[in-house]
Write a protein that binds this ligand. Structure first.
Ligand SMILES: [Zn+2]
Length: 317
């Protein structure tokens, strides 16, 4: 492709980027706001804005949870924080090291950005590669985006996966948040629970009405993490993807999906199906309404089936 043609394409795509609407915060509880992502795969049309992010207003300023997929998103999110709460952000937490959740952190250059230690380490190691991969999928919506590595949380919450461990509590102007260190969707998954309203930011440990992604999944750990989250007095649950929902039904739906994946892959391997045959297996009726189900199932089979056939997944690693 000639340079001129590339420039023309960039201009056209740039127009599409400019036309994208800024995220609109949805209030889900007193002082708790969510920016809901598109229930889709990454595309140029959605600019990578597929994950939910949110913020909690406190007397000390806003606490932001995840920063989206690009500098552009992070900037729009920060503007929404200011417009909605009348205060700027004082703290950012990143739930995990998937690029749709942390690449907007650059917009918070003067604000502390923290994550679990394993998340910070993964972003330091792989952040640039993850950003480049995403750029190939979503294009100029990510222009100017650079990785900002979070600092590791220096609290008792840093040991990911120990479900018996008490969460770390932090307070912003008297508003108390629990930071709960888990893993299973990825090597480290941080959940944030607002005591005042019973609002749970579950990160990608919980999906709702959208098929979960499993590229880094440790299924036994993920199921244990769901058990832990189900013990919380949840009133509003903010999943990593999908609509905010009252109570814990999204936890049950995520568990249902993961158990179906586990059992179906094991059964397919036991029956000697090849990968393409496994890809054609269908989910039960109750799961078929999940957005992007077919594509996620095919991706999961591609990513996981060889290990299932070898008997090394989904056993704990
Ligand atoms: Zn994720």
């Amino acid at each position: 492709m000639t340079r001129r043609l590339l420039a023309a394409c960039a201009m056209l795509l740039g127009t599409a980027v400019l036309a994208r609407e800024a995220p609109v915060p949805q209030q889900v509880a007193d002082g708790v706001f969510v920016l809901e992502g598109a229930r889709e795969h990454f595309s140029r049309a959605n600019g990578g804005d597929i994950a939910n992010t949110g913020f909690i207003a406190t007397p000390a300023g806003a606490v932001v949870i995840d920063t989206g997929a690009s500098l552009r998103y992070g900037q729009a999110q920060r503007a929404a924080v200011r417009a909605t709460t009348g205060r700027d952000a004082v703290q950012v937490y990143i739930t995990h090291a998937h690029p749709d959740h942390f690449l907007g952190s650059q917009a918070y250059a003067d604000v502390p950005v923290q994550a679990l230690a394993a998340t910070a380490a993964r972003i330091a190691r792989d952040g640039d590669r993850l950003a480049q991969n995403l750029y190939l999928l979503v294009g100029p919506a990510m222009d100017g985006t650079a990785v900002r590595v979070p600092s590791a949380l220096a609290t008792p919450a840093v040991a990911p996966g120990d479900a018996s461990q008490a969460p770390a509590a932090v307070s912003f102007g008297g508003r108390r948040l629990q930071l709960i260190a888990l893993h299973g969707h990825s090597a480290a998954d941080l959940a944030v629970f607002d005591d005042a309203t019973g609002s749970l930011f579950a990160g990608d440990l919980v999906f709702f009405e959208r098929a979960p992604t499993l590229p880094d999944a440790d299924l036994p750990a993920w199921l244990a993490a769901l058990d832990r989250l189900a013990q919380l007095p949840v009133r509003a649950l903010v999943p990593g993807h999908g609509p905010v929902v009252r109570g814990t039904q999204a936890i049950a739906q995520t568990r249902d999906y993961l158990l179906w994946v586990r059992d179906t892959l094991r059964d397919a391997a036991a029956r000697g199906l090849d990968m393409h045959e496994a890809m054609r297996l269908r989910a039960p009726e109750r799961l078929r309404r999940l957005a992007v189900l077919e594509a996620e199932w095919q991706r999961t089979v591609m990513q996981r089936y060889p290990a299932v056939e070898q008997g090394i997944w989904p056993a704990a690693r």
